[in-house]
Ligand binder design. Structure first.
Ligand code: PBG
Length: 344
């Protein structure tokens, strides 16, 4: 059957009839009006700069998968803190690459008052007292198996790990850390760290909870950076969150808030913007994202191949965190982004 084509279908309305005269492009027509109506802004004061440490003096080692990121000695870390301060970056987070012969089954070097993390905190604080120093109390840099807790009979034992982590947190506070950011995901660690800090007279030292840390493949380059890549046996799925879950992340964050967390962190960043949004809406806590090593490497690798504009992709990724509700971002891009912002 050959139906007669209805010509009236082709008669379409004018755009003004369709939109009723409402035109979104008016507010996009020029730079000044785009500036005026911009909803989110990134500033250097939103950034936390994670740095990698090695022992020794005046040494800087490249990390293959992370162009422009280095493992540095404590004296150089102090210099980086000066650079960060000049750029307006408020805080540095430190991650140590511990010498292999100091790593053991229980991560005992984390309880040495003068270990690499604590040496770096002292060096940074001596050079730039006003720089915020954020330290991690997870065991993975210190264990010879690369897990974040103590490994016993093939299992990561929770409660014993928590007592080491809480003691390590006090040593880090003694060295001058301002915020303890435990990345281990053991149950009860926030409450235990709070108790230990308070008992040690450190009630002004805060806790940034890695409330929702996912069992992610985006941590690969970090493991190269701290030298756990070849060590890690198995995976971390018995303590990190399954990437398929969101309610579980909310429940985990709720516990951390109850236990006394001062701030929440979501890790990784970009693949988990929905979690950032949910936590910010739900808890109204200072909320941060960790744009992790693999996210940095992806952007840098694509830029190196000239597949994307690296600077623009960096800034777009950072504003996405603000849009999702972040108060700040822990990112290896911190110095580069801050330098770019100060040029504007
Ligand atoms: C472990 C830890 C990880 C990162 C920081 N601390 C993850 C892991 O190795 O399992 C990842 C950071 C990054 O990828 O930038 N406590």
């Amino acid at each position: 059957m050959n139906r007669q084509f209805d010509k009236s279908v082709l008669k379409h309305r004018s755009v003004d009839e369709i939109t009723g005269g409402r035109r979104m492009r008016r507010n996009r027509k020029a730079g000044w009006v785009r500036d005026l109506t911009r909803e989110n802004r990134l500033t250097a004061s939103d950034l936390i700069w994670p740095i990698f440490l090695i022992s020794g003096i005046n040494r800087r080692e490249p990390i293959e998968a992370m162009p422009d990121v280095y493992r540095i000695t404590c004296d150089l870390a102090a210099g980086e803190a000066e650079k960060a301060a000049a750029l307006g970056i408020p805080a540095i987070a430190t991650f140590p690459n511990i010498e292999p012969d100091l790593r053991d089954q229980t991560g005992s070097n984390i309880l040495a008052a003068d270990n690499l993390i604590n040496q770096a905190t002292r060096a940074i604080k001596a050079a730039v007292p006003e720089m915020g120093v954020i330290t991690d109390a997870a065991l993975d840099p210190f264990t010879d198996h690369g897990h974040d807790g103590i490994l016993r009979d093939g299992r990561i034992v929770n409660d014993e790990s928590v007592s080491v982590i809480a003691r390590a947190a006090v040593l880090q506070a003694e060295a001058g850390a301002d915020i303890i950011a435990p990345s281990d995901m053991m149950d009860g660690r926030i409450g235990a760290i709070r108790d230990a800090l308070d008992a040690g007279g450190f009630n002004d030292v805060g806790i940034m909870s890695y409330a929702t840390k996912y069992a992610s493949s985006f941590y690969g380059p970090y493991r190269e950076a701290i030298g756990t890549q070849g060590l890690l046996k198995g995976d971390k799925r018995s303590y990190y969150i399954d990437p398929a879950n969101t309610d579980e992340a909310v429940r985990d964050a709720a516990l951390d808030v109850e236990e006394g967390a001062d701030m929440l962190l979501v890790k990784p960043g970009l693949p988990y913007l929905d979690i950032i949004w949910r936590l910010k809406q739900r808890f109204a806590m200072p909320t941060f994202a960790y744009q992790v090593s693999g996210e940095y490497s992806m952007i840098r690798a694509a830029a190196q191949n000239q597949w994307i504009d690296g600077e623009k992709a960096m800034m777009e990724s950072l504003i996405a965190f603000k849009r999702a509700g972040c108060d700040g971002i822990m990112t290896y891009f911190a110095p580069q982004a801050a330098a770019l912002l100060s040029r504007d």
